[in-house]
Design a protein. Structure first.
Length: 115
C-alpha cells in the first residue's frame, strides 16, 4: 500500500493562462472545471490529485497529463486507469488507485491511496 497527499492555495490558479492549463490538464478536466462557477478551485483540486498520485507512486516521471481526474455518475472523483496508470500499478504489484478531494474557496487538498 502507498499513500500521497497534497494541499494548495486556490489563489495560485486564479489567472492561469490557457497555455498553462493545457500543459497540465486533460481536455475532460478542462471541460469539467470550466463548467464550474469557481473553476480555479476545481483546477487547484485536480492539481492536488495529480501531486498526490505522483507522491504515492514515488515517480516524478509520470506526466500530469497521464493522471486524469474524472467523476462517476454520482459525482465521485476517480483517476482514469489509462495505460500509464495501469503500467505503474502493475509495476508496483498494486491494482487499485483511490482518491479523495476537498476544497474551500481558498484551499484544496487531495489524498491518493494505492493498494
Amino acid at each position: 500500500m502507498e499513500i500521497g497527499i497534497d494541499i494548495e492555495e486556490c489563489e495560485r490558479f486564479k489567472d492561469k493562462s490557457e497555455h498553462f492549463i493545457s500543459r497540465f490538464f486533460t481536455k475532460k478536466e478542462i471541460e469539467y472545471a470550466s463548467s464550474k462557477t469557481k473553476s480555479q478551485e476545481e483546477f487547484c483540486a485536480f492539481w492536488c490529485v495529480k501531486e498526490a498520485v505522483v507522491k504515492a507512486f514515488s515517480n516524478k516521471n509520470i506526466s500530469f497529463l497521464d493522471i486524469e481526474v474524472l467523476h462517476d455518475e454520482n459525482g465521485k472523483p476517480f483517476v482514469n486507469k489509462n495505460k500509464t496508470i495501469l503500467f505503474e500499478l502493475n509495476k508496483n504489484n498494486l491494482s487499485e488507485i483511490k482518491i479523495s478531494i476537498s476544497h474551500t474557496a481558498s484551499t484544496a487538498v487531495a489524498i491518493c491511496l494505492l493498494y
